[in-house]
Design a protein around this ligand. Structure first.
Ligand SMILES: [Zn+2]
Length: 351
């Protein structure tokens, strides 16, 4: 276990409980920190930084010097469950994957805990959605730059394929994963980043990505086939917040969200009344609640619709911004999308 240069410097502050160094980039950072505080050897610091590579691209996990780290796999931290799914399916067992946001967690409002910051600091690479989805975490991830490579997978999608809502001036709708073909672009970004960081296992990442992209092709076709069973006039999806615009654009469904693109701003009474009038006028059979958003607002709309003399049902729960519980049907990205389309179709297709 000892023997490497890392262990010699690592001992004073980072005892046995500290994360073993799995990657030279990270190892050097530990060295730098420890040396700065304990020994203040500025020369070594300079050498360390030079070897670090500012953009992280030099940080492959070779360990050519015979470092005896116990686990040399890349440590990958993802923010949302759907991003974590890309890493799990493409990194397979070759990366140590951690996802910060569990089922039912709203990424618009999520704040990094002290434990999260520690995980982010210890990562070799951070994958996040970007496009301001993780609004409150932006600063924390920003602070990691120059220290840990961070990749916004949603920002790999060309701007002309992104939706720019008028009320979200200058920014894009972040809910790109709900269009499966866009999420394939994010998947390719994860594949390319892992290969760049760990070229030794390029073939593994290539093959895994190929399989996952094929599974997403199948999923995309499934959603299309299912939506086609809903009569065109009934293809209207009403949800608590406006997460489904990409879904609607890709699969031909008109989408209305009560709350707008982010959950950070509450819906006003005017919004509730407008949506209620729309539902009553169009005689929309069902609205949907979301696992990561309180159902209260949707209940308010339902009551307001009744005042128009029409009764709208609740078509079930959709997974918009978070996966379902692990081990359940919606606990994977593919399962989440299938659950959503099955739930929507079941409520809208029949009278
Ligand atoms: Zn959202």
């Amino acid at each position: 276990m000892p023997s490497s240069r890392l262990d010699l410097v690592d001992r004073p502050e980072h005892g046995p409980a500290a994360q073993p160094t799995r990657n030279p980039t990270h190892g050097w950072l530990l060295i730098i920190e420890t040396v700065m505080t304990a020994l203040a050897l500025s020369m070594l610091l300079t050498v360390g930084l030079a070897g670090c590579g500012g953009d992280g691209s030099g940080g492959n996990s070779g360990g050519g010097g015979g470092a005896a780290a116990t686990d040399e796999r890349l440590r990958v931290v993802s923010t949302t469950g759907q991003v974590g799914e890309l890493v799990r399916n493409i990194g397979r067992g070759q990366v140590v994957a951690v996802t910060l946001m569990g089922p039912g967690i709203d990424p618009h409002l999520y704040k990094a805990s002290a434990g999260d910051v520690e995980k982010l600091r210890n990562a070799d690479v951070i994958f996040y959605n970007g496009l301001h989805l993780e609004a409150k975490m932006g600063e924390v991830i920003g602070r990691m730059r120059g220290h840990t490579r961070s990749v916004a997978v949603g920002e790999a999608i060309a701007a002309d394929r992104l939706i720019s809502p008028p009320e979200f001036a200058g920014a894009h709708d972040p809910h790109v994963w709900l269009d499966v073909s866009l999420w394939q672009i994010a998947a390719a970004q994860v594949r390319d980043t892992l290969i760049d960081l760990d070229p030794e296992h390029a073939t593994l990442y290539q093959d895994a990505a190929k399989n996952y992209l094929a599974a997403l092709d199948t999923l995309d076709a499934y959603v299309r086939t299912q939506v086609a069973t809903v009569p065109a006039t009934r293809r209207v999806l009403v949800t608590a917040h406006d997460a489904f615009q990409y879904f609607g654009r890709a699969y031909g469904i008109e989408v209305r969200g009560l709350q707008g693109i982010s959950t950070a701003t509450e819906a006003g009474t005017g919004d509730v009344q407008d949506l209620a009038a729309f539902i009553a006028e169009r005689r929309i059979p069902a609205m949907f609640v979301e696992s990561s958003v309180s159902p209260r607002a949707i209940e308010a709309v339902r009551a307001a619709v009744r005042a128009h003399g029409f009764d709208v049902g609740i078509g079930g729960q959709l997974y918009s911004d978070a996966l379902g519980e692990a081990g359940t049907a919606a606990g994977t990205y593919v399962g989440m999308v299938r659950h959503n389309v099955d739930t929507i179709v079941a409520s809208l297709a029949t009278e």
